[in-house]
Every structure is written in structure tokens, then in C-alpha cells.
Design a binder for this molecule. Structure first.
Ligand code: DX5
Ligand code: ZN
Length: 217
């Protein structure tokens, strides 16, 4: 089943519990948590304590996207906070294979993230170990940006490699996803869809979740 993963980066943190309940009752599958440290990306968000709070509010699984330097230092804390999926970028991590193992050893699903200008080829020797690849379809750091259009080509290329090699790895996409492009992205082979602004900035949050879910079902 394809999964819709609203990103709380665009939520109103003053009403976080209310908004989490709204997306959950409307049929969201996973909650995406964006962790930024002001070094790897030019923005700062929140850490394990907030993730633990989110985990206490929602029954949904948590997908923690680490946009931080030295992620190996924090994987355990995020897992302890309730992360079910943890992803790390390939760009700042020389020891990506070791990181994937570290995530899997905690019991979480391990994801490798590639930025818009990182080629699929960079994943060649890690793909067979990853549970999922997160294809960034915007440059990481902020919500509400425009979808980088060649991300579709990238997804197709990646899907083809996964199929040809029979890898047990799914594709997630993150950035600029909304009702205008989610169907096309789904048809290209994506299984998990992060949606920030198109859900939490919508007038009707529950309605937005339902519409996006319908488009990928
Ligand atoms: C950006 C984050 C995204 C962000 C997506 O760095 O990784 O998860 O929340 O937001 P939208 O869906 O608004 O592009
Ligand atoms: Zn993200």
C-alpha cells in the first residue's frame, strides 16, 4: 500500500496535537519529522524531545529525516524517541554503509537520502542494504518549495535498477508534492509521499489528506 506522510515542518506548532489528530483521522499513514541542524542545511528545527512528544500524540509510525552533520551520534536518541523509519543523506556521510547498519541494528527501517543534484549512481553499492531511498525533489531546508522536475526521471531510473536487481527497497519522495503531481510521481514508482505545505497549509487539512490519498490509491 502506498503511504502518505505529512511533514510537520509546515504544521502550526501551537496546535500540533490538533493538527496531528486531523491528519491521522483523515487517513495519513506516517508522520514525517524533518530534523535540521543549521549546518547541513540552512535551517534549524527540533530534536528527539519533540519527536517523543509527537509519538505520544499519534498512533502513526514516525519517519525521521535527518538533515544534520554527524547523524551517527543521534540515531539511538531518535529511535528511543519513537522513530520507525530513519533516513540519512549520502552527501555528508562517507560511511553510509555503516550508518545504514547502525539504523537497522536499532530495529528501525533504514533510508538513504539523495539531494536533487546527486545522481542515482551514487547509491549503487548501498541500495541492496537500504530499506528505502528518499529522493529529494527540492533542495532540503525549507517547506513550500517548487518540485524539481527532473526528480521524476530520477525516480524512474532508480525504480528500474531496484526491479532489475530484485532489491527489497522502496522509494520515498520529499518536496513540492501536491495534488497536481502526486499521481504522476506515484506512477513513476514511488511508494511513500512526503507532503508538507500541501497538507498543513491547506484550509482544510483533513480534506487535503483525503484528496492526496485518493490520488495514490
Ligand atoms: C525539506 C523537507 C521536507 C519538507 C517538504 O527539506 O525535507 O520534508 O517538509 O515540504 P513541502 O511538501 O512543503 O515541499
Ligand atoms: Zn523531509
Amino acid at each position: 500500500m502506498k503511504k502518505l506522510c505529512p511533514s510537520i515542518l509546515s504544521a502550526d506548532f501551537g496546535k500540533l496535537a490538533e493538527e496531528l489528530k486531523a491528519v491521522e483521522s483523515a487517513g495519513a499513514d506516517v508522520i514525517h519529522c524533518d530534523i535540521m541542524d543549521g549546518h547541513f542545511v540552512p535551517n534549524i528545527t527540533f530534536g528527539p524531545d519533540v519527536v517523543a512528544k509527537v509519538n505520544s500524540i499519534t498512533e502513526l509510525p514516525l519517519d525521521v529525516h535527518l538533515m544534520i552533520n554527524s547523524p551517527e551520534k543521534y540515531i539511538k536518541s531518535f529511535r528511543d524517541a519513537g522513530a520507525d523509519y530513519i533516513s540519512v543523506h549520502i552527501e555528508n556521510n562517507y560511511h553510509i554503509n555503516r550508518l545504514v547498519s547502525q539504523i537497522k541494528d536499532t530495529g528501525a527501517k533504514a533510508g538513504v537520502v539523495i539531494n536533487p543534484a546527486t545522481p542515482v549512481k551514487a547509491l549503487e553499492y548501498v541500495l541492496e542494504y537500504a530499506d528505502f531511498v528518499l529522493v529529494m525533489s527540492v533542495n532540503p531546508g525549507f517547506g513550500g518549495q517548487k518540485f524539481v522536475s527532473n526528480s521524476l526521471k530520477k525516480v524512474r531510473e532508480l525504480k528500474d535498477i531496484i526491479n532489475k536487481n530484485n532489491y527489497n527497497c522502496i522509494i520515498e519522495i520529499d518536496g513540492g508534492i501536491g495534488p497536481a503531481n502526486i499521481k504522476e510521481v506515484s506512477d513513476a514508482g514511488v511508494d511513500m509521499f512526503v507532503a508538507g505545505a500541501s497538507v498543513f497549509k491547506a484550509k482544510d487539512i483533513a480534506g487535503a489528506v483525503k484528496e492526496l490519498k485518493k490520488l495514490i490509491s
